[in-house]
Design a protein around this ligand. Structure first.
Ligand code: ZN
Length: 429
């Protein structure tokens, strides 16, 4: 099923011609913004210099720090009167990033979400329960309007309050949800505890899971626990929010809507492009945004491109699962560790629950607190010790250092209802 078949299946040449035209327009649109004006002057670039898609490399990068430095309105390309909506993206420290949408930007963002939903078989008959956080964060509003565009009944539930989520899912026969992986796992445990068998008692068919990186093992766990199909989704507030890239029914990589975004994968250290299929940092240039177009935005997300055509017929290239953040990497005893590596090991072990935390207290030690599954512990201490050791060894094989593993009762660790905070780093370096 297609939302916009002509665009979704456009030939490569046609797509690239459209991209080049839109890239040239975008460059002209940002040229008067002081930040870009200065960058263009420094490198001697004229707006007419962009003659091919490869010329994108002559354009300056834009970073998260640049957006913060130009807060609140420094990156606006239109008069404030023409901005229709403001979202912000929170950082770990300091000022947020202000992200503006024009009327057309708001509509385009919903359009891309509609495309993405329909790609997985959603129709106007579906009922959408949105479990993302409503508010300044783009996560909920953009998908909300996307589902309305398709014609679905939309329930703006927001995250948390699992009793109410269950009530809504039962009474309104919810068929698809949009949720973070950590809350999806929590919800699965909640249903189990309350004797709800989702396949028997609920109408759920699909979940769109995003906003936090997660592993294939976690996907399987959510699919089993909630009795539905999980589709990966990718988005970031700087690029409209959700709807940048979604999986189709093949569930093998996320189609990135290339008529709206120009993508590059670079080596995060050198800024140079990597070979096709190699992993690196995703860099994106907006092609349609009016209020706040961005050139070569450094997403910090590590992924790779699947260039082969997809069986579904869509020509927009696919992104592989995000495997980490180029700036979110733990270094313990000089070893680089992505939290997703730890998650992949934990989630593939029988007897292990859904919640875990990584604690770094002293310089050379990493401690993982891991919840047991409801049925994971038979009360025998020696079994517990042996499972702890087994996990520590499995982790050592993956991340090259042996962490301390402490297994704890299900429900012991704090539950996050938004983005999960898995890593606590209290080291004084
Ligand atoms: Zn496909």
């Amino acid at each position: 099923m297609f939302w916009d078949q002509q665009v979704e299946t456009a030939g490569r040449t046609e797509l690239e011609r459209l991209q080049l035209h839109r890239l040239q327009e975008t460059v002209r649109r940002v040229a008067h913004i002081p930040f870009y004006k200065q960058k263009f002057t420094e490198s001697g670039l004229k707006t007419g210099d962009i003659r091919s898609l490869d010329d994108v490399r002559r354009l300056p990068f834009t970073t998260s720090a640049d957006l913060r430095a130009n807060y609140p309105t420094g990156m606006l390309a239109v008069p404030l009167d023409d901005a229709l909506r403001l979202h912000t993206s929170s950082g770990t420290t300091g000022k947020p990033k202000a992200l503006f949408f024009s009327r057309k930007d708001v509509d385009n963002a919903a359009e891309l979400c509609a495309r993405s939903f329909v790609m997985t078989g959603v129709t106007k008959k579906d009922v959408f329960q949105n479990m993302m956080t409503y508010g300044l964060f783009t996560g909920a509003l953009v998908t909300h309007y996307g589902a309305e565009k398709v014609g679905c009944l939309v329930i703006p539930a927001g995250p948390g309050n699992s009793e109410r989520q269950l009530l809504l899912m039962q009474d309104f026969r919810t068929t698809f949800i949009h949720v973070t992986p950590s809350y999806a796992l929590y919800l699965a445990t909640f249903l189990e505890k309350h004797g709800i068998n989702p396949r028997r008692d609920l109408a759920l068919k699909k979940a769109f899971v995003g906003a936090e990186p997660y592993t294939e093992q976690t996907r399987l766990k959510i699919e089993q626990g909630l009795g539905l199909d999980v589709y990966n989704s990718y988005g970031l507030s700087e690029m409209n929010g959700p709807g940048v890239a979604f999986e189709c029914e093949r569930k093998n990589g996320m189609h990135l809507w290339e008529d709206h975004f120009l993508i590059e994968i670079i080596n995060p250290k050198t800024g140079e492009p990597v070979l096709d299929g190699e992993s690196g940092e995703l860099v994106m240039t907006t092609l349609c945004r009016e209020a706040m177009p961005l050139l070569r935005y450094r997403t910090r997300d590590i992924t790779s491109i699947i260039a082969e055509p997809c069986e579904c017929g869509r020509t927009h290239r696919r992104l592989n699962r995000i495997t980490g953040r180029s700036d979110y990497m733990l270094i313990v005893r000089g070893v680089n560790i992505y939290p997703q590596q730890v998650e992949r090991i934990l989630m593939s072990q029988p007897g292990i629950g859904s919640n875990y935390g990584i604690h770094l207290q002293v310089l050379y030690e990493m401690t993982g607190r891991v919840e047991l599954a409801q049925t994971g512990f038979d009360g025998q201490v020696e079994h517990l010790m042996s499972l702890q050791n087994h996990l520590a060894e499995k982790l050592r094989a993956e991340i090259l250092i042996k962490p301390q593993v402490r297994l704890v009762q299900p429900g012991t660790l704090p539950v996050s209802e938004g983005k999960a905070k898995r890593v606590v780093d209290n080291r004084k370096l």
